[in-house]
Design a protein around this ligand. Structure first.
Ligand SMILES: *Cc1c(COP(=O)(O)O)cnc(C)c1O
Length: 221
C-alpha cells in the first residue's frame, strides 16, 4: 500500500462522519494527487489558482476543487468555470467579482468567509464585526451566483494548545451565531495537519490536511 493511501486511511479514521476532508495538495505532482484519488479522495485544496487550474485540466472531472489560498480579484476568472468552494473570502469586492465570473458560467460558487483568529499579522481575514457587517449588507443579498456556506479560520502556528483552542472557540461561537440567523451556513473550515484534532473538538465540519497526507512540502508557501 502506498504511503499516501495509508496516510489517508489513518486520517479518515480520526474524522467523525460529519467532518469533510479537504486533501491539501499544493506543490505536489498530479501523480501524488492521483494516488489519493484512487484511494477515494474527491476533494482537493490548492492555494494557487494557476497550479489548481493545471491540475484540474489533467485530472478526472468528478473532483471538487477548493481554493484555500488568498485570492486576487483579477485571477478569479481562471477558476470560475470549475472551482467548487473558495475558502479565504475577505471582502465584498472579491465576492462581487466571484459572483460576476460565476454568472458567466451559469454557476453558483460556494464561498467561506475567512475570519482572523490568529495573533500573527500575516494571516488574512475579517474581524468578526466586519464579517457581521458584510453578512448584513444589502449588496450581498443581490449576489445570486455565490452562496456563503460558512467560515474558515487558521489558528496561530504554535505548540500552545490552549491558545489554539481559544482561537478555534472564537470562530466556533461566531459560526453558531451565524448559523442560527442564516440557513445557508453549514461549514466551519478549521483544522490542518498540526491541529485538526483540536479543531474537531471545537466543532470543525471541514478540515484542510496537507502534509499529513502527502508528506512535507519542499518549499514554504
Ligand atoms: C497549506 C494549507 C493547509 C494544509 O497545511 P498542512 O499543515 O500541510 O496540513 C491548510 N490550510 C491552508 C489555508 C493552507 O494554506
Amino acid at each position: 500500500m502506498s504511503d499516501i493511501r495509508e496516510n489517508l486511511q489513518n486520517i479518515r479514521k480520526q474524522l467523525p462522519k460529519h467532518v469533510t476532508l479537504v486533501a491539501v495538495s499544493k506543490t505536489k505532482p498530479v501523480a501524488d494527487l492521483m494516488q489519493a484519488y484512487e484511494a477515494g479522495q474527491r476533494i482537493f485544496g490548492e492555494n494557487k489558482i494557476q497550479e489548481m487550474t493545471q491540475k484540474w485540466e489533467q485530472m478526472p472531472k468528478d473532483i471538487l476543487w477548493h481554493m484555500i489560498g488568498h485570492v486576487q480579484t483579477n485571477k478569479v476568472k481562471y477558476m470560475a468555470p470549475y472551482v467548487d468552494t473558495i475558502h479565504a473570502v475577505d471582502s465584498l469586492k472579491l465576492l462581487k467579482e466571484i459572483n460576476k465570473q460565476a454568472a458567466k458560467h451559469k454557476r453558483i460558487i460556494k464561498c467561506l468567509l475567512q475570519i482572523k483568529i490568529a495573533e500573527e499579522d500575516t494571516k488574512f481575514g475579517l474581524s468578526i464585526s466586519d464579517a457581521i457587517d458584510l453578512m448584513d449588507s444589502k449588496e450581498i443579498a443581490k449576489l445570486e451566483n455565490i452562496k456563503i456556506t460558512g467560515l474558515m479560520g487558521m489558528a496561530t502556528f504554535t505548540e500552545n494548545t490552549t491558545q489554539i483552542t481559544q482561537e478555534f472557540e472564537q470562530i466556533k461561537n461566531f459560526f453558531h451565531l451565524l448559523k442560527n440567523k442564516k440557513e445557508t451556513i453549514s461549514t466551519l473550515s478549521i483544522g490542518m495537519s498540526g491541529d485538526f484534532p483540536i479543531a474537531i473538538a471545537c466543532g470543525s465540519t471541514m478540515v484542510r490536511v496537507g502534509s499529513s497526507i502527502f508528506g512535507a512540502r519542499n518549499y514554504q508557501l
